[in-house]
Design a protein around this ligand. Structure first.
Ligand code: 5RP
Length: 236
């Protein structure tokens, strides 16, 4: 499954493989999105096919759903599952409180819904994702297409009163078109530099008309599994 991996892919793979050990027979599992989460899905697929592991997976994107089906995992919707035992997903940044920035892959809305509907959320990440302060990675905010430029202006205006270094925002593109999420929305990436108060930021952003959800995950993640390029893994 792995062949010759670069150090970064090895770090992602070993984190995913270790996190897969938390998955038990009969569990309803939230399946994250992104390159690290894809390793997790492949590892779980192998466990299903070769060890007879019986799980039902709730994917957080169409990409993950396609991969999960390909590797033999039974896929169900969140409404069918109703509640999940465990969600395992990647992150763009995590801090010492296990607060996260997510949404680099554009799936933050489904990811947050699924993680929140889980008894437990485990983040899998390479060591480079650990930060002292969130915000170097541009914060993704999902907005509805209607009047998105007005929403953008409102966000920029709001940032003036927040404890952040930068205020620039950009519409995420896919080639020469605006990126469209699985829910038909757009993503604004907020170049904040450093987020002084992530909890307040998450609440303030979601009050702005046109904002559907933001990529700050506060008090959602329970554990992080960190992978290193030399194959070491740390669970926190
Ligand atoms: C997708 C996400 C991903 O989990 C995040 O972008 C990390 O991705 P990767 O594992 O490829 O580094 O939030 O919306």
């Amino acid at each position: 499954m792995t062949g010759e991996l670069s150090p970064i892919d090895k770090a992602k793979f070993v984190a995913a493989k270790r996190a897969a050990e938390f998955v038990e027979d009969g569990m309803r599992v939230g399946l994250g999105t992104g390159s690290t989460a894809a390793w997790l899905v492949r590892c779980l697929g192998e466990m299903v096919r070769e060890d007879g592991l019986k799980i039902r997976g709730v994917p957080t994107s169409t990409r993950t759903a396609d991969l999960a089906r390909d590797v033999g995992i039974e896929v169900i919707s969140l409404d069918e599952a109703k509640w999940l035992d465990l969600t395992i997903d990647g992150a763009d940044e995590f801090d010492s409180n296990l607060s996260l920035i997510k949404g680099g892959g554009g799936a933050l809305l489904q990811e947050k819904i699924v993680a929140t509907a889980s008894d437990q959320m485990i983040v899998i990440a390479d060591a480079a994702k650990e930060v002292e302060h969130l915000g170097s990675f541009p914060l993704p905010v999902e907005v509805i297409p209607f009047g998105w430029q007005t929403t953008q202006a409102l966000i920029e205006e709001t940032m003036v009163s927040m404890d952040v270094m930068g205020r620039q925002t950009s519409l995420r593109m896919n080639g020469d078109r605006a990126f469209v999420t699985d829910e038909g929305n757009h993503i604004l990436d907020l170049h904040l530099g450093r987020i002084g108060n992530p909890r307040q930021m998450a609440m303030v952003l979601n009050q702005i008309p046109g904002v559907v959800e933001n990529g700050l995950f506060i008090d959602i993640c329970d554990q992080v599994v960190i992978g290193y390029g030399d194959g070491r893994v740390e669970v926190r």
